[in-house]
Design a binder for this molecule. Structure first.
Ligand SMILES: [Zn+2]
Length: 244
């Protein structure tokens, strides 16, 4: 895994300078506390009293994507959203970056499932860089044993495209799909499946490779382990809360 580095500056409007300085220390402390942060510095620029030089390094594209998401939704992100900035990023893996971006969307859907008392699994279906279907696990609410996140997203995507086949689409799901969902993904002719955490019992892609053991008329690429810690912790926290 390649490290990701960012270098550049942010320019603060005069009337926001005091507010920025007040928030800066907390932003630095929170960022340095992130698991994937190797270094992070924001310092007053010697060239311009309204500029701050930024230099940061993260262990991987995934860690960098997680940092960006946290920072954007923080008080610092809200304050500095419209500030002028110039950054140069090196080491970014574009596929890993889009995997992480869509997995973060799928995690939001997993949270919606968890909040409704359903097992927290979320899925996003993407074609040509556009989200065409989204779903979260909802078999209890729908009295529907097939209402897994993947199936809900596939149904929405197929309606969106007015086509029961979805070649070239990519399904992002927080947990390794089960046998039923793998079957549906084959029927839909998706091009690639990206999942977060493995499901050792019911996972039918890598944990138990159904496709390898059975002849199918379609195969898709599989990428597992994207933001897997976050995806797995959603599940373990959900079941721990149920036991309490
Ligand atoms: Zn399933």
């Amino acid at each position: 895994m390649e490290k990701v580095s960012l270098k550049g500056y942010i320019r603060v409007p005069q009337h926001q300078l005091a507010a920025t300085e007040a928030e800066l220390e907390r932003h630095i402390a929170l960022t340095r506390a992130e698991a994937g942060c190797l270094s992070f510095a924001v310092t007053a620029s010697p060239r311009d009293p309204l500029c701050f030089d930024v230099a940061e390094t993260f262990v991987s594209t995934e860690a960098f994507a997680l940092h960006q998401q946290r920072a954007q939704s923080s008080a610092w992100g809200a304050l500095t959203r419209d500030f002028q900035r110039h950054y140069e990023v090196s080491g970014l893996d574009p596929v890993a970056a889009s995997n992480a971006q869509y997995m973060l969307q799928a995690l939001k859907l997993a949270d919606a499932a968890g909040a409704a008392g359903e097992v927290p699994v979320g899925a996003v279906l993407v074609r040509d860089d556009e989200v065409i279907g989204q779903g979260f696990n909802q078999p209890i609410a729908g009295c529907d044993p097939t209402a897994h996140a993947e199936i809900v997203a596939l149904r929405q995507g197929a309606q969106d495209q007015r086509n029961y086949r979805l070649p070239g689409s990519v399904l992002y799901v927080t947990i390794e799909p089960c046998l039923m969902c793998v079957g549906a993904l084959v029927h839909a002719r998706v091009g690639r499946v990206v999942f977060g955490a493995r499901e050792p019992k019911a996972g039918a892609l890598l944990s138990h490779s159904w496709i390898d053991q059975h002849p199918t008329n379609h195969r898709f690429e599989v990428t597992g382990g994207v933001l897997s810690d976050l995806c797995a912790s959603r599940m373990s926290e959900f079941f721990a809360a149920k036991r309490r």
